[in-house]
Design a binder for this molecule. Sequence first.
Ligand code: FAD
Length: 454
Amino acid sequence: MMASNIKMENSLAFARIPPWVKAKLRPIAVEKIQQVHDWVETECIPAERIYKIQLQADRWKTPAIIHELRKKAKAQGLFNLFLPNYFEESPGLTNLEYSCCAEIMGRVYWAAQTMNCHAPETGNIELLAKYCTPEQKRRWLHPLMNGDMSSAYSMTEPDVASSDATNIGIKMEITDKEVIINGRKLYGNCQYNDEMQLFILMGCSDPKNRSPWNRHTTLVVPAKTTGLKQVRNLTIMGYDWAPEGHGEYIYENVRVPLENIILGPGRAFEIAQGRLGPGRIHHCMRLIGQAERAFELALVRCIEPLKKPRGKLIGEFDSNIERIADMRMTIDGMRLIVLNAADTMDLQGNKAGRYAIAQSKIMVPNALLKVIDEAMQMYGGQGLTQHTPLPEFWTYARFVRVADGPDSAHRHQVGRDQMKTATGFRKRAEEYTKRYQELCKKWGLEPEEFWGIV
Ligand SMILES: Cc1cc2nc3c(=O)[nH]c(=O)nc-3n(C[C@H](O)[C@H](O)[C@H](O)COP(=O)(O)OP(=O)(O)OC[C@H]3O[C@@H](n4cnc5c(N)ncnc54)[C@H](O)[C@@H]3O)c2cc1C
C-alpha cells in the first residue's frame, strides 16, 4: 500500500474527522477525501448561484454546469465513490471512508450529483450491483454508473400505508412472456427530465400467497413505456426540487418483458432487505456537511460588522455564544453516530448495523434541523431568503425524517428490539435481589424492597 503525501494535520479536509477514524483511513481514502474537498470548495460552492440561474431557463433540464462538472469529476476518478469495496464495480472505499467524502459533498445540495453519488442513484446502483444478472447489469447498472442516465425508486403508493411494505398494492400480473402493471405510485424522480430513464418498481404479483413476504416483485420499467403517465410533480414543502422532482404516476396496462424482473417473482422483500444498507444513511452523511455549512454561515454572521443590534456584534451576545457551542457539539455528536453506523456495516455487515443505521436515521435529521434553524435565526430575515442556502438545507433535513422510511417506524423497531432485552435484565435484577437478601442475612438486616422486586 503506497503512503499518501497528504498531511492530514495540515488540511482543512480532515479538520473535523475524529482521530479514531483518521487512524483507519487508508492512503487511497486520504487522497479521495482531499480530492473531494478540493472539488467541492473550488467547483461547487462558487457555482451555487450559476446552477440556479441555469435552472431558471428550463426547470426540467439538468443545468449545463452539472454536465460539465460530471465529465470533469469522472475524469478525476471521483465517480461512484459510495459503492463499498466489497462490490467488484467499487472504486475501493469502505463505508467509513466514504462517509468522510459524503460529508464534504453535503456542503452543496447538488455536489453529490456531480460525482454520481446522489439519491436515489446510490441505493439503486447498490441494488442492481447486488441482484442483477450480467445482462441486466449491462443494460441498467453500467449506464447508471457511467452517468449516462438516471433512475427512480418507486415503492410508495397514495392508497396504502407504504412504510409497511407488505401493503404495497400496485398490481403486477405475470404471464408467460410479460408483466402487466396497473395502479398508482407516488414519488420517484420525474420523467419530465429526459435523463430519468428507468424506474425500479415494487409491486404485488401474488396477492394470495400465504406469506406476505412472498407476494411482491421488483422489476425495471423503462420511463417511456406505453401506459405509464406522470400526473404531476409533487412539491415538497413548496419547493419543486427541479430538475429531478418527485412524480405522481399512473400505470395503465403497462407491459414489460419477463427479463426485467430482478432476482425473480415474489422476491421483492429479499431485495428490499438488501437495500437496507449504506444507502440508508447517505442522506445523513451529507446532512452533516450541510449542518457544517450552516454553522459556518452563523459564525460569519456573528462577526458581520454591518450588523450590530444595540451596538454589539451578533456574536457578542451571550445567548448566541451559547448557541454556537450547542450547534458545534450537536454536529460533532451526530457525526460520531453516522461514522459509527458506517464502521459497524464495514466490520459486521449491514444486518448487524441495523440498530446503528436506525439510530442515524432517527437522531441525525432531527438534531440537525435544530442546528440549521438556529443558524437561520442568527442570520436574521435573510436566513430565510435566497440570500443563503439555509432554507433549502432545512427543508432537506426535514424531508429526510420521512423519505426512505419515516423515523417513527425506525423508532418503533428500535423500541421493539429493546423490549426483547427486558427479560434478560429482569433476570439480572432478580439475581441482584437474591444476592442482596443473602448479604442482609449475613449482616443481620431486614431486606427492603429492591428495585421493585422483593
Ligand atoms: C421528499 C421525499 C422523497 C421521497 N422519495 C421516495 C422515492 O424516491 N421512492 C419512494 O418509493 N418513496 C419515496 N418517498 C416516500 C417515503 O418513503 C414515504 O412517504 C414513507 O416511507 C412513509 O410512507 P407513507 O407516506 O405511505 O406513510 P404511512 O406509511 O402512511 O405512515 C404515516 C405515518 O405513520 C407513522 N408510522 C408509520 N409506521 C409507524 C410505526 N411503525 N410506528 C410508529 N409510527 C408509524 C409515521 O409518523 C409515518 O410518517 C419520498 C418521500 C418524500 C417526502
